[in-house]
Design a protein around this ligand. Structure first.
Ligand code: NAD
Length: 488
Protein backbone atom coordinates (compact mmCIF):
# COMPACT_ATOMS: atom_id res chain seq x y z
CA UNK A 1 0.00 0.00 0.00
CA UNK A 2 2.75 2.34 1.07
CA UNK A 3 4.69 1.57 -2.13
CA UNK A 4 1.54 2.24 -4.17
CA UNK A 5 1.12 5.68 -2.63
CA UNK A 6 4.75 6.50 -3.41
CA UNK A 7 4.26 5.25 -7.00
CA UNK A 8 1.16 7.43 -7.33
CA UNK A 9 3.03 10.45 -6.01
CA UNK A 10 5.89 9.83 -8.43
CA UNK A 11 3.41 9.38 -11.27
CA UNK A 12 1.61 12.59 -10.32
CA UNK A 13 4.91 14.46 -10.19
CA UNK A 14 6.02 13.10 -13.57
CA UNK A 15 2.66 14.14 -15.04
CA UNK A 16 3.17 17.63 -13.60
CA UNK A 17 6.71 17.84 -14.94
CA UNK A 18 5.41 16.88 -18.30
CA UNK A 19 2.77 19.57 -18.14
CA UNK A 20 5.39 22.23 -17.31
CA UNK A 21 7.49 20.97 -20.20
CA UNK A 22 4.49 21.02 -22.48
CA UNK A 23 3.78 24.63 -21.50
CA UNK A 24 7.37 25.53 -22.27
CA UNK A 25 7.24 23.78 -25.66
CA UNK A 26 4.00 25.53 -26.59
CA UNK A 27 5.24 28.97 -25.57
CA UNK A 28 8.62 28.46 -27.21
CA UNK A 29 6.98 27.40 -30.48
CA UNK A 30 4.66 30.42 -30.38
CA UNK A 31 7.52 32.78 -29.74
CA UNK A 32 9.49 31.35 -32.66
CA UNK A 33 6.46 31.82 -34.92
CA UNK A 34 6.84 35.59 -34.40
CA UNK A 35 3.19 36.35 -33.58
CA UNK A 36 4.01 38.31 -30.43
CA UNK A 37 6.22 40.76 -32.26
CA UNK A 38 3.73 43.02 -34.01
CA UNK A 39 2.48 46.17 -32.31
CA UNK A 40 -1.09 45.10 -33.08
CA UNK A 41 -0.72 41.79 -31.23
CA UNK A 42 0.82 43.46 -28.18
CA UNK A 43 -1.98 46.06 -28.14
CA UNK A 44 -4.69 43.41 -28.37
CA UNK A 45 -3.25 41.47 -25.45
CA UNK A 46 -2.83 44.62 -23.35
CA UNK A 47 -6.44 45.55 -24.08
CA UNK A 48 -7.51 42.03 -23.09
CA UNK A 49 -5.61 42.43 -19.86
CA UNK A 50 -7.45 45.70 -19.30
CA UNK A 51 -10.76 43.85 -19.75
CA UNK A 52 -9.61 41.10 -17.38
CA UNK A 53 -9.07 43.61 -14.61
CA UNK A 54 -12.08 45.88 -15.24
CA UNK A 55 -14.61 43.10 -15.82
CA UNK A 56 -13.50 41.17 -12.73
CA UNK A 57 -12.88 43.98 -10.29
CA UNK A 58 -15.27 42.58 -7.68
CA UNK A 59 -13.77 39.07 -7.91
CA UNK A 60 -10.30 40.56 -7.48
CA UNK A 61 -11.37 42.62 -4.47
CA UNK A 62 -12.99 39.52 -2.92
CA UNK A 63 -9.88 37.39 -3.48
CA UNK A 64 -7.64 40.02 -1.90
CA UNK A 65 -10.01 40.26 1.03
CA UNK A 66 -9.89 36.50 1.39
CA UNK A 67 -6.10 36.40 1.35
CA UNK A 68 -5.18 39.44 3.43
CA UNK A 69 -8.45 40.93 4.68
CA UNK A 70 -7.39 43.72 2.34
CA UNK A 71 -9.87 46.60 2.61
CA UNK A 72 -11.60 47.34 -0.72
CA UNK A 73 -10.12 50.86 -0.71
CA UNK A 74 -6.56 49.50 -0.44
CA UNK A 75 -7.26 46.74 -2.98
CA UNK A 76 -8.49 49.23 -5.57
CA UNK A 77 -5.82 51.84 -4.91
CA UNK A 78 -2.74 49.64 -4.68
CA UNK A 79 -3.64 46.74 -6.95
CA UNK A 80 -6.52 47.35 -9.40
CA UNK A 81 -5.89 51.04 -10.10
CA UNK A 82 -2.14 50.58 -10.16
CA UNK A 83 -2.23 47.93 -12.85
CA UNK A 84 -4.91 49.74 -14.90
CA UNK A 85 -2.83 52.90 -14.79
CA UNK A 86 0.22 51.00 -16.02
CA UNK A 87 -1.73 49.33 -18.86
CA UNK A 88 -3.07 52.71 -20.05
CA UNK A 89 0.45 54.13 -19.84
CA UNK A 90 1.87 51.23 -21.88
CA UNK A 91 -0.89 51.53 -24.52
CA UNK A 92 -0.23 55.28 -24.80
CA UNK A 93 3.52 54.90 -25.20
CA UNK A 94 3.92 51.53 -26.94
CA UNK A 95 4.43 53.00 -30.41
CA UNK A 96 7.23 55.31 -29.33
CA UNK A 97 8.89 52.63 -27.14
CA UNK A 98 9.03 50.33 -30.18
CA UNK A 99 10.70 52.93 -32.41
CA UNK A 100 14.39 52.59 -33.22
CA UNK A 101 16.56 54.88 -31.13
CA UNK A 102 19.22 56.60 -33.27
CA UNK A 103 22.61 57.20 -31.67
CA UNK A 104 25.57 59.54 -32.13
CA UNK A 105 27.97 58.85 -35.02
CA UNK A 106 31.45 59.76 -36.10
CA UNK A 107 33.02 60.83 -39.43
CA UNK A 108 33.65 57.22 -40.49
CA UNK A 109 30.04 56.15 -39.88
CA UNK A 110 28.44 59.38 -41.09
CA UNK A 111 26.55 57.68 -43.93
CA UNK A 112 25.36 54.73 -41.84
CA UNK A 113 22.16 54.07 -39.94
CA UNK A 114 23.13 53.47 -36.31
CA UNK A 115 20.33 52.67 -33.93
CA UNK A 116 19.12 50.61 -30.99
CA UNK A 117 16.35 48.17 -31.77
CA UNK A 118 14.27 46.86 -28.84
CA UNK A 119 13.59 43.17 -29.35
CA UNK A 120 11.61 40.72 -27.20
CA UNK A 121 13.75 38.34 -25.14
CA UNK A 122 11.70 35.19 -25.73
CA UNK A 123 9.95 33.09 -23.08
CA UNK A 124 10.21 34.75 -19.67
CA UNK A 125 9.27 33.70 -16.15
CA UNK A 126 7.57 36.01 -13.64
CA UNK A 127 7.47 34.83 -10.01
CA UNK A 128 5.30 36.87 -7.65
CA UNK A 129 5.02 37.34 -3.88
CA UNK A 130 1.87 37.29 -1.72
CA UNK A 131 1.61 40.81 -0.28
CA UNK A 132 0.28 42.52 -3.44
CA UNK A 133 -0.54 39.30 -5.28
CA UNK A 134 -2.30 40.89 -8.25
CA UNK A 135 0.00 43.85 -8.75
CA UNK A 136 3.23 41.86 -8.45
CA UNK A 137 2.16 39.50 -11.24
CA UNK A 138 0.31 41.89 -13.59
CA UNK A 139 2.69 44.88 -13.51
CA UNK A 140 5.67 42.90 -14.83
CA UNK A 141 3.35 41.05 -17.21
CA UNK A 142 2.37 44.38 -18.81
CA UNK A 143 6.03 45.09 -19.59
CA UNK A 144 6.63 41.55 -20.85
CA UNK A 145 3.63 41.71 -23.21
CA UNK A 146 4.49 45.24 -24.36
CA UNK A 147 8.00 44.05 -25.20
CA UNK A 148 6.61 41.09 -27.22
CA UNK A 149 7.50 38.11 -25.02
CA UNK A 150 5.77 34.86 -24.13
CA UNK A 151 5.32 34.55 -20.38
CA UNK A 152 5.01 31.91 -17.66
CA UNK A 153 3.43 33.38 -14.52
CA UNK A 154 4.02 31.86 -11.07
CA UNK A 155 1.83 33.63 -8.50
CA UNK A 156 2.49 33.08 -4.81
CA UNK A 157 0.78 30.00 -3.37
CA UNK A 158 0.45 31.81 -0.02
CA UNK A 159 -2.18 34.24 -1.35
CA UNK A 160 -4.28 31.27 -2.50
CA UNK A 161 -7.49 33.00 -3.53
CA UNK A 162 -5.69 35.42 -5.85
CA UNK A 163 -3.51 32.62 -7.21
CA UNK A 164 -6.64 30.62 -8.09
CA UNK A 165 -8.36 33.63 -9.66
CA UNK A 166 -5.33 34.47 -11.83
CA UNK A 167 -5.11 30.84 -12.97
CA UNK A 168 -8.76 31.02 -14.04
CA UNK A 169 -8.79 34.44 -15.66
CA UNK A 170 -5.47 34.64 -17.53
CA UNK A 171 -6.29 31.79 -19.98
CA UNK A 172 -9.79 33.24 -20.49
CA UNK A 173 -8.57 36.68 -21.55
CA UNK A 174 -5.05 36.25 -22.93
CA UNK A 175 -3.65 34.05 -25.69
CA UNK A 176 -3.04 30.57 -24.23
CA UNK A 177 -0.34 30.01 -26.81
CA UNK A 178 1.67 32.88 -25.36
CA UNK A 179 0.88 33.15 -21.66
CA UNK A 180 0.47 30.48 -18.99
CA UNK A 181 -0.03 30.35 -15.23
CA UNK A 182 1.73 27.69 -13.17
CA UNK A 183 0.40 27.24 -9.62
CA UNK A 184 2.17 25.76 -6.63
CA UNK A 185 4.84 26.48 -4.06
CA UNK A 186 8.56 25.93 -3.63
CA UNK A 187 8.66 22.53 -5.39
CA UNK A 188 6.81 23.70 -8.49
CA UNK A 189 8.89 26.89 -8.61
CA UNK A 190 12.14 24.95 -8.33
CA UNK A 191 10.99 22.69 -11.12
CA UNK A 192 10.18 25.70 -13.28
CA UNK A 193 13.57 27.19 -12.51
CA UNK A 194 15.23 24.14 -14.06
CA UNK A 195 13.78 25.15 -17.44
CA UNK A 196 15.64 27.46 -19.76
CA UNK A 197 14.01 30.89 -19.75
CA UNK A 198 15.21 34.04 -21.49
CA UNK A 199 14.64 36.15 -18.39
CA UNK A 200 13.51 35.54 -14.83
CA UNK A 201 11.69 38.30 -12.99
CA UNK A 202 11.48 37.44 -9.29
CA UNK A 203 9.70 39.29 -6.48
CA UNK A 204 10.14 37.99 -2.93
CA UNK A 205 12.62 37.39 -0.16
CA UNK A 206 16.41 37.54 -0.31
CA UNK A 207 16.62 33.90 0.79
CA UNK A 208 14.67 32.59 -2.22
CA UNK A 209 16.43 35.11 -4.48
CA UNK A 210 19.65 33.15 -3.89
CA UNK A 211 17.92 29.96 -5.08
CA UNK A 212 16.65 31.82 -8.15
CA UNK A 213 20.11 33.21 -8.93
CA UNK A 214 21.73 29.78 -8.60
CA UNK A 215 19.17 28.20 -10.91
CA UNK A 216 19.55 31.07 -13.40
CA UNK A 217 23.32 30.63 -13.49
CA UNK A 218 22.92 27.12 -14.98
CA UNK A 219 21.43 28.55 -18.19
CA UNK A 220 23.09 31.98 -17.86
CA UNK A 221 19.60 33.48 -17.68
CA UNK A 222 19.45 37.19 -16.83
CA UNK A 223 17.36 38.07 -13.78
CA UNK A 224 15.53 40.96 -12.23
CA UNK A 225 15.30 40.67 -8.45
CA UNK A 226 12.66 42.73 -6.67
CA UNK A 227 13.51 42.14 -3.02
CA UNK A 228 12.92 43.83 0.29
CA UNK A 229 14.98 45.08 3.20
CA UNK A 230 14.71 47.54 6.01
CA UNK A 231 13.53 50.89 4.62
CA UNK A 232 14.35 53.68 7.09
CA UNK A 233 12.33 56.79 7.79
CA UNK A 234 14.57 59.57 9.02
CA UNK A 235 12.67 62.44 10.67
CA UNK A 236 14.74 65.55 11.33
CA UNK A 237 14.55 69.32 11.80
CA UNK A 238 11.49 71.53 11.50
CA UNK A 239 8.30 69.94 10.25
CA UNK A 240 4.56 69.76 10.73
CA UNK A 241 4.35 66.85 13.19
CA UNK A 242 0.63 65.99 12.76
CA UNK A 243 1.06 65.79 8.95
CA UNK A 244 4.22 63.70 9.35
CA UNK A 245 2.38 61.35 11.73
CA UNK A 246 -0.51 60.90 9.27
CA UNK A 247 1.79 60.10 6.35
CA UNK A 248 3.97 57.79 8.43
CA UNK A 249 1.03 55.86 9.92
CA UNK A 250 -0.60 55.49 6.51
CA UNK A 251 2.59 54.21 4.83
CA UNK A 252 3.54 51.89 7.69
CA UNK A 253 0.17 50.29 8.43
CA UNK A 254 -1.22 50.12 4.88
CA UNK A 255 -1.78 46.40 4.13
CA UNK A 256 -1.04 45.75 7.83
CA UNK A 257 2.60 46.71 7.32
CA UNK A 258 3.14 44.00 4.69
CA UNK A 259 4.55 46.29 2.00
CA UNK A 260 8.06 45.92 0.63
CA UNK A 261 8.39 49.72 0.74
CA UNK A 262 6.78 50.24 4.16
CA UNK A 263 8.91 52.37 6.49
CA UNK A 264 10.57 49.61 8.53
CA UNK A 265 11.89 51.79 11.36
CA UNK A 266 12.10 55.46 12.37
CA UNK A 267 15.30 57.36 13.11
CA UNK A 268 14.86 60.62 15.02
CA UNK A 269 16.06 62.62 18.01
CA UNK A 270 14.64 62.00 21.49
CA UNK A 271 12.80 65.35 21.37
CA UNK A 272 11.30 64.48 17.98
CA UNK A 273 10.25 61.04 19.26
CA UNK A 274 8.50 62.60 22.27
CA UNK A 275 6.65 65.03 20.01
CA UNK A 276 5.80 62.32 17.50
CA UNK A 277 4.31 59.71 19.86
CA UNK A 278 1.14 61.65 20.85
CA UNK A 279 0.63 62.55 17.16
CA UNK A 280 0.94 58.87 16.21
CA UNK A 281 -1.65 57.91 18.88
CA UNK A 282 -4.07 60.63 17.67
CA UNK A 283 -3.61 59.59 14.07
CA UNK A 284 -4.23 55.90 14.76
CA UNK A 285 -7.42 56.81 16.62
CA UNK A 286 -8.63 59.09 13.85
CA UNK A 287 -7.81 56.50 11.13
CA UNK A 288 -9.06 53.30 12.77
CA UNK A 289 -11.17 54.35 15.80
CA UNK A 290 -10.83 53.39 19.48
CA UNK A 291 -10.84 49.63 18.81
CA UNK A 292 -8.59 49.09 15.82
CA UNK A 293 -9.41 45.38 15.71
CA UNK A 294 -12.97 46.16 14.66
CA UNK A 295 -11.93 48.66 11.98
CA UNK A 296 -12.75 47.46 8.44
CA UNK A 297 -9.71 49.45 7.26
CA UNK A 298 -7.05 47.34 9.00
CA UNK A 299 -5.72 44.28 7.15
CA UNK A 300 -4.60 41.01 8.69
CA UNK A 301 -1.36 39.03 8.70
CA UNK A 302 -1.33 36.70 5.72
CA UNK A 303 -1.00 33.30 7.49
CA UNK A 304 -0.78 31.93 11.06
CA UNK A 305 2.90 31.14 10.36
CA UNK A 306 3.67 34.77 9.50
CA UNK A 307 1.63 35.92 12.55
CA UNK A 308 3.64 33.64 14.86
CA UNK A 309 6.92 34.88 13.41
CA UNK A 310 5.98 38.53 13.99
CA UNK A 311 4.77 37.83 17.54
CA UNK A 312 8.04 36.03 18.28
CA UNK A 313 10.00 39.05 17.06
CA UNK A 314 7.88 41.30 19.27
CA UNK A 315 8.35 38.97 22.24
CA UNK A 316 12.13 38.85 21.84
CA UNK A 317 12.58 42.60 21.36
CA UNK A 318 14.20 44.51 24.20
CA UNK A 319 12.33 47.64 23.08
CA UNK A 320 9.46 49.16 25.08
CA UNK A 321 5.97 48.96 23.52
CA UNK A 322 4.40 52.43 23.81
CA UNK A 323 1.55 52.05 21.33
CA UNK A 324 -0.44 48.89 20.51
CA UNK A 325 0.96 45.44 21.24
CA UNK A 326 -2.44 43.71 21.29
CA UNK A 327 -2.97 40.66 19.10
CA UNK A 328 -5.39 37.85 18.31
CA UNK A 329 -4.02 34.63 16.86
CA UNK A 330 -7.36 33.27 15.62
CA UNK A 331 -7.98 36.48 13.69
CA UNK A 332 -4.32 36.84 12.54
CA UNK A 333 -4.51 40.35 14.00
CA UNK A 334 -1.65 42.44 15.31
CA UNK A 335 -2.42 46.00 16.42
CA UNK A 336 -0.33 48.81 14.96
CA UNK A 337 2.53 48.71 17.42
CA UNK A 338 5.26 51.27 18.16
CA UNK A 339 8.35 50.54 20.27
CA UNK A 340 10.92 52.92 21.72
CA UNK A 341 14.36 52.36 23.33
CA UNK A 342 15.21 49.96 20.49
CA UNK A 343 18.94 49.36 20.10
CA UNK A 344 20.74 48.67 16.84
CA UNK A 345 21.43 45.13 18.09
CA UNK A 346 17.74 44.45 18.83
CA UNK A 347 16.05 41.49 17.15
CA UNK A 348 13.70 43.92 15.36
CA UNK A 349 16.69 45.49 13.62
CA UNK A 350 18.13 42.22 12.25
CA UNK A 351 15.65 41.55 9.43
CA UNK A 352 12.85 43.25 7.50
CA UNK A 353 9.83 43.38 9.85
CA UNK A 354 7.10 43.12 7.17
CA UNK A 355 4.26 43.64 9.64
CA UNK A 356 2.56 46.38 11.71
CA UNK A 357 5.46 46.87 14.12
CA UNK A 358 7.40 50.14 14.12
CA UNK A 359 10.60 50.55 16.17
CA UNK A 360 11.87 54.06 16.84
CA UNK A 361 15.65 54.43 17.15
CA UNK A 362 16.97 57.66 18.60
CA UNK A 363 19.92 59.51 17.14
CA UNK A 364 21.74 62.63 18.29
CA UNK A 365 22.44 64.21 14.93
CA UNK A 366 21.57 64.01 11.25
CA UNK A 367 25.04 62.65 10.53
CA UNK A 368 24.48 59.83 13.04
CA UNK A 369 21.29 58.93 11.17
CA UNK A 370 23.09 58.92 7.82
CA UNK A 371 25.91 56.79 9.26
CA UNK A 372 23.34 54.37 10.72
CA UNK A 373 21.73 53.92 7.29
CA UNK A 374 25.07 53.55 5.52
CA UNK A 375 26.28 50.86 7.95
CA UNK A 376 23.45 48.61 6.78
CA UNK A 377 22.47 46.99 3.46
CA UNK A 378 21.12 49.41 0.86
CA UNK A 379 17.33 49.61 1.43
CA UNK A 380 14.55 49.38 -1.16
CA UNK A 381 13.22 52.80 -0.16
CA UNK A 382 14.54 55.65 1.94
CA UNK A 383 12.24 58.24 3.49
CA UNK A 384 13.21 61.60 4.94
CA UNK A 385 10.68 63.80 6.69
CA UNK A 386 11.79 67.40 7.07
CA UNK A 387 10.76 70.93 6.12
CA UNK A 388 14.40 71.80 5.64
CA UNK A 389 15.50 71.19 2.06
CA UNK A 390 19.15 71.08 3.17
CA UNK A 391 18.33 68.06 5.37
CA UNK A 392 16.56 66.24 2.51
CA UNK A 393 19.42 67.08 0.10
CA UNK A 394 22.06 65.96 2.58
CA UNK A 395 20.40 62.55 3.04
CA UNK A 396 19.71 62.12 -0.69
CA UNK A 397 23.31 62.89 -1.63
CA UNK A 398 25.00 60.86 1.10
CA UNK A 399 23.07 57.58 1.00
CA UNK A 400 21.97 54.97 -1.53
CA UNK A 401 18.63 53.15 -1.86
CA UNK A 402 16.36 51.65 -4.52
CA UNK A 403 13.99 54.64 -4.39
CA UNK A 404 13.78 57.87 -2.42
CA UNK A 405 10.83 59.88 -1.19
CA UNK A 406 10.80 62.91 1.05
CA UNK A 407 7.89 63.79 3.33
CA UNK A 408 5.83 60.72 2.49
CA UNK A 409 6.01 56.96 2.17
CA UNK A 410 5.16 54.42 -0.59
CA UNK A 411 3.69 57.00 -3.02
CA UNK A 412 6.89 57.28 -5.09
CA UNK A 413 6.13 53.81 -6.50
CA UNK A 414 2.79 54.88 -7.97
CA UNK A 415 4.24 56.96 -10.83
CA UNK A 416 4.93 54.87 -13.94
CA UNK A 417 7.53 57.44 -15.02
CA UNK A 418 9.82 56.50 -12.11
CA UNK A 419 11.81 53.24 -12.24
CA UNK A 420 10.95 50.98 -9.31
CA UNK A 421 13.52 48.54 -8.00
CA UNK A 422 16.23 47.86 -5.48
CA UNK A 423 19.98 48.28 -5.32
CA UNK A 424 22.49 45.98 -3.66
CA UNK A 425 20.73 43.58 -1.29
CA UNK A 426 17.30 45.11 -2.03
CA UNK A 427 17.41 43.87 -5.61
CA UNK A 428 18.64 44.51 -9.10
CA UNK A 429 16.86 45.80 -12.17
CA UNK A 430 13.72 47.89 -12.21
CA UNK A 431 10.24 48.11 -13.69
CA UNK A 432 6.97 50.09 -13.94
CA UNK A 433 6.05 52.04 -17.08
CA UNK A 434 8.81 52.22 -19.65
CA UNK A 435 11.24 50.51 -17.29
CA UNK A 436 9.19 47.29 -17.46
CA UNK A 437 9.33 47.43 -21.25
CA UNK A 438 13.11 47.93 -21.08
CA UNK A 439 13.52 45.06 -18.61
CA UNK A 440 11.87 42.61 -21.00
CA UNK A 441 13.57 43.94 -24.16
CA UNK A 442 16.96 43.27 -25.61
CA UNK A 443 18.62 46.47 -26.79
CA UNK A 444 20.21 45.34 -30.03
CA UNK A 445 22.85 47.74 -31.26
CA UNK A 446 22.53 47.92 -35.04
CA UNK A 447 24.73 49.49 -37.68
CA UNK A 448 23.50 49.45 -41.28
CA UNK A 449 26.63 50.35 -43.20
CA UNK A 450 26.75 52.15 -46.50
CA UNK A 451 29.42 51.43 -49.12
CA UNK A 452 30.41 55.10 -49.17
CA UNK A 453 33.41 56.87 -47.59
CA UNK A 454 35.67 53.97 -48.56
CA UNK A 455 38.69 56.31 -48.45
CA UNK A 456 38.16 56.94 -44.75
CA UNK A 457 37.19 53.37 -44.02
CA UNK A 458 40.16 52.09 -45.95
CA UNK A 459 42.50 53.74 -43.46
CA UNK A 460 42.05 50.75 -41.11
CA UNK A 461 43.32 48.11 -43.51
CA UNK A 462 46.88 46.71 -43.41
CA UNK A 463 49.61 47.43 -44.10
CA UNK A 464 49.16 49.70 -41.04
CA UNK A 465 50.65 53.20 -41.19
CA UNK A 466 51.21 55.75 -38.42
CA UNK A 467 49.65 58.49 -40.59
CA UNK A 468 46.47 56.48 -41.15
CA UNK A 469 46.18 55.95 -37.41
CA UNK A 470 46.09 59.70 -36.76
CA UNK A 471 43.38 60.16 -39.42
CA UNK A 472 41.43 57.23 -38.01
CA UNK A 473 41.58 58.66 -34.51
CA UNK A 474 40.09 61.88 -35.84
CA UNK A 475 37.46 60.15 -37.99
CA UNK A 476 36.25 57.81 -35.27
CA UNK A 477 35.73 60.38 -32.54
CA UNK A 478 31.97 60.64 -31.77
CA UNK A 479 30.48 64.00 -32.77
CA UNK A 480 26.94 64.92 -31.76
CA UNK A 481 26.33 66.98 -34.93
CA UNK A 482 26.30 63.75 -37.00
CA UNK A 483 23.72 61.99 -34.78
CA UNK A 484 20.67 62.46 -36.96
CA UNK A 485 22.42 62.45 -40.32
CA UNK A 486 21.74 59.31 -42.33
CA UNK A 487 21.45 58.37 -45.98
CA UNK A 488 19.80 54.96 -45.53
P1 NAD B 1 6.60 34.26 -1.10
O1 NAD B 1 6.75 33.34 0.05
O2 NAD B 1 5.27 34.42 -1.74
O3 NAD B 1 7.69 33.82 -2.16
C1 NAD B 1 7.83 34.47 -3.40
C2 NAD B 1 7.79 33.44 -4.49
O4 NAD B 1 8.88 32.53 -4.34
C3 NAD B 1 6.51 32.61 -4.48
O5 NAD B 1 5.98 32.56 -5.79
C4 NAD B 1 6.96 31.26 -3.96
O6 NAD B 1 6.22 30.20 -4.51
C5 NAD B 1 8.41 31.18 -4.38
N1 NAD B 1 9.21 30.39 -3.45
C6 NAD B 1 9.09 30.33 -2.10
N2 NAD B 1 10.02 29.50 -1.59
C7 NAD B 1 10.74 29.00 -2.63
C8 NAD B 1 11.84 28.10 -2.76
N3 NAD B 1 12.38 27.53 -1.70
N4 NAD B 1 12.30 27.85 -3.99
C9 NAD B 1 11.75 28.44 -5.08
N5 NAD B 1 10.71 29.29 -5.01
C10 NAD B 1 10.20 29.58 -3.83
O7 NAD B 1 7.01 35.70 -0.69
P2 NAD B 1 8.10 36.15 0.30
O8 NAD B 1 9.41 35.63 -0.19
O9 NAD B 1 7.69 35.92 1.70
O10 NAD B 1 7.98 37.72 -0.02
C11 NAD B 1 8.21 38.66 0.93
C12 NAD B 1 9.45 39.42 0.55
O11 NAD B 1 9.28 39.97 -0.74
C13 NAD B 1 9.74 40.58 1.46
O12 NAD B 1 11.11 40.64 1.71
C14 NAD B 1 9.32 41.79 0.65
O13 NAD B 1 10.00 42.97 0.98
C15 NAD B 1 9.65 41.32 -0.74
N6 NAD B 1 8.86 42.04 -1.71
C16 NAD B 1 9.50 42.84 -2.58
C17 NAD B 1 8.78 43.57 -3.50
C18 NAD B 1 9.45 44.47 -4.49
O14 NAD B 1 8.79 44.92 -5.40
N7 NAD B 1 10.73 44.75 -4.34
C19 NAD B 1 7.39 43.46 -3.53
C20 NAD B 1 6.77 42.63 -2.63
C21 NAD B 1 7.51 41.90 -1.72
Amino acid sequence: MHVCVICLLIFHRLAEMESQSKIMDRLRATFRSGVTVTEQFRRTQLNNLLSLVTENEQLIVDALHNDLNKPKFEAILSEVHMVLNDIYYALDHLKSWMQHEYVGKNMATRLDDCFIRREPLGVVLIIGAWNYPLQLIILPLIGAIAAGNCVVLKPSEISQATEKLLAELIPKYLSQDCYAVVCGGADETKELLEKKFDHIFYTGSQVVARIVLQAASVHLTPVTLELGGKSPCLIHGDLDIPSAARRLVWAKFFNAGQSCVAPDYVLCSTAMRDALLPALRDTLKSFYGEDIRTSPDMGRIVTPRHWTHLMELLGKSKGRVVIGGESDEGDRYIAPTVLVDVQESDVLMQEEIFGPILPIITIESLQEGIDFINRREKPLALYVFSDESSVVKNVLENTSSGGFCSNDGIVHMTLPGLPFGGVGASGCGSYHGRWSFETFSHRRGCMMRSWGLEKINGLRYPPYQERSLSWLRWATTAKSSWTSCSLM
